[in-house]
Each structure stands twice: as structure tokens, then as C-alpha cells.
Design a protein around this ligand. Structure first.
Ligand SMILES: [Zn+2]
Length: 273
């Protein structure tokens, strides 16, 4: 995305530079009153800024009114970065128009210069903010997501906190489909259970959507890109799978093998009992 941006930036500069050169060729003052332009630019700037702020505000209102830690978790991981980026784009556009809303004097050269500086500044700011959102902001997001994932759930029946089961305990509550899914993909099911065991809450977390800290560059951009099953687990034996990770920032790749639990643990329990 970053490289793409730089490419776009240089393309735009290439487009703007000839305009500048052309403009220089015929340097003459355009005798006009710029009030209507200034007025228009200021209005566009204000509307654009308002839209940016509304988008950000709308997001935070939606987030604070979202009930339940799991729903909040999903909402943040799906929408926060893209929404913030969207808001930032409007604010940048607003800045560009605002910076050009006080024109008193204009020549074709000045139009070129203003256009060039506005576009260049906008791109620089955009690249900086995008980098922050993509590589630094995820640390902050992951911290909040972790809190949300492990925050004790409150039972809707008793109003009391529930307990998170361990990997071993939870299998009893996961049907075969879910167990198989946990085995085939890096999907995690969290099982929360109420005091008396009557209230059960099952939450699904997809591993490939979740970024880890890259061991090479330390950014929170290390993700599962491929999973392969080396050995299918059977009813009696554990299997094995290989997880392929790739860093979205520095491109560092790594493999990690993982044990796939024996399937149909529930049946085994009853068989041994
Ligand atoms: Zn990296």
C-alpha cells in the first residue's frame, strides 16, 4: 500500500510538473476577482472537514453503543483502521482547499505552484498518516482487543461473571464441526461458562485475521498466509499442520508447525469412562 502510494505520488508529480512548465510559458496576470473561488474553497474545506469528523464521530458512537466484548472486538478489528483512514482523507482534502481559500493574486504560474504544493503536501501527510495507521496503530488496537477478548463475560441468566475454559476443557462444549474447524484452520473458539454450567457462550476468533508482532521488524504485521496439513489427526493420534507466516511490513517469512489435536475427544472420554 505504501509503495503504491509513492507510485501514485510520483505519477501525480509527473502530471503536475509539465502543467507548471506550460504555465510558465505564458505568464500574465488573470484579472479577476477571486472572492467567489475563495468562498467556494472555504465551503468545500468546511464540508470536507465536517464529513471527516462525522465519520470519526459516527465510528466512536457506534463503538460505544455496541454491547458485548465480542461484538466490540469484531467491530474494532474489522472497521477501526479503515474508518479512521477514510476520515483522515476528508480532513486532508479539507486542508488543501482551506490553504487555497485566501487567494488575492493569481497567474498561471501561481496556479501551477499552488496545485503542485497542495498535492505534494497532501500526499506527504497521507503517506505519514497511513504509515502510522498501518504499522504503529495496530499495537494500540491489539492491546485493546486482548482486553476485550479476556474480559470476563457476564452471564445473561445470572448476571454473574463467567469463566473461560482452557483448551482441554472446552472440547466437551464444541461440536465435531467446530473441533474440526479448530484443527483445519487456525480458528480459536473461546468457551465461557456460567457458575452452574448452565450458561454457555461460544466465541469464534479467526487466526488469519489476527496480526502478531514480527520477530524481525517488531511491527504488529505478522500474519498467517497459508496453512497446510502435514498429518491428519485421527481418532487416536494427533496430527500436525504447518503455519506459514509473512510480515506485511518487512516481508519476513517463517514457518511454525502446530499439533492438531485428536478429533472426537468427546467420544474418547466416553469410551474410556
Ligand atoms: Zn517484519
Amino acid at each position: 500500500m505504501n509503495k503504491e502510494f509513492l507510485k501514485k505520488a510520483s505519477l501525480l508529480l509527473l502530471l503536475v510538473l509539465p502543467t507548471l512548465a506550460l504555465a510558465q510559458a505564458e505568464e500574465e496576470e488573470i484579472p479577476e476577482n477571486y472572492d467567489s473561488w475563495n468562498h467556494l474553497a472555504l465551503n468545500i474545506a468546511l464540508i470536507s472537514a465536517a464529513l471527516g469528523l462525522l465519520i470519526a464521530l459516527g465510528y466512536f458512537i457506534k463503538l460505544t453503543t455496541t454491547k458485548g466484548s465480542k461484538d466490540k472486538y469484531d467491530f474494532i478489528s474489522k472497521h477501526e483502521i479503515s474508518t479512521l483512514w477514510f476520515a483522515v482523507v476528508f480532513i486532508i482534502i479539507s486542508g488543501c482547499f482551506f490553504a487555497n481559500s485566501n487567494i488575492t493574486h493569481l497567474t498561471p504560474v501561481l496556479i501551477g505552484v499552488r496545485l503542485f504544493i497542495s498535492v505534494a503536501m497532501a500526499l506527504i501527510v497521507a503517506v505519514i498518516i497511513q504509515t502510522l495507521l498501518k504499522f504503529y496503530y495496530p499495537f494500540y488496537i491489539e492491546k485493546r482487543l486482548k482486553v476485550l477478548r479476556y474480559k470476563p463475560r457476564i452471564s445473561a441468566k445470572t448476571g454473574k461473571p463467567m469463566r473461560l475454559l482452557s483448551e482441554e476443557e472446552e472440547d466437551v462444549y464444541l461440536d465435531e464441526g467446530k473441533q474440526a474447524e479448530e484443527n483445519v484452520f487456525s480458528v480459536d473458539y473461546d468457551v465461557w461458562i456460567g457458575e452452574n454450567g448452565d450458561d454457555i457462550q461460544i466465541e469464534k476468533y479467526a487466526g488469519h485475521l489476527h496480526a502478531l508482532q514480527c520477530p524481525e521488524c517488531n511491527y504488529q504485521t505478522f500474519k498467517i498466509v497459508k496453512e497446510e496439513v502435514l498429518k491428519q489427526p485421527t481418532g487416536t493420534e494427533d496430527g500436525e499442520r504447518m503455519l506459514h507466516y509473512k510480515c506485511g511490513y518487512c516481508g519476513y517469512t517463517a514457518k511454525k508447525s502446530e499439533v492438531m489435536k485428536r478429533q472426537t475427544k468427546v467420544e474418547q472420554h466416553s469410551a474410556t469412562a
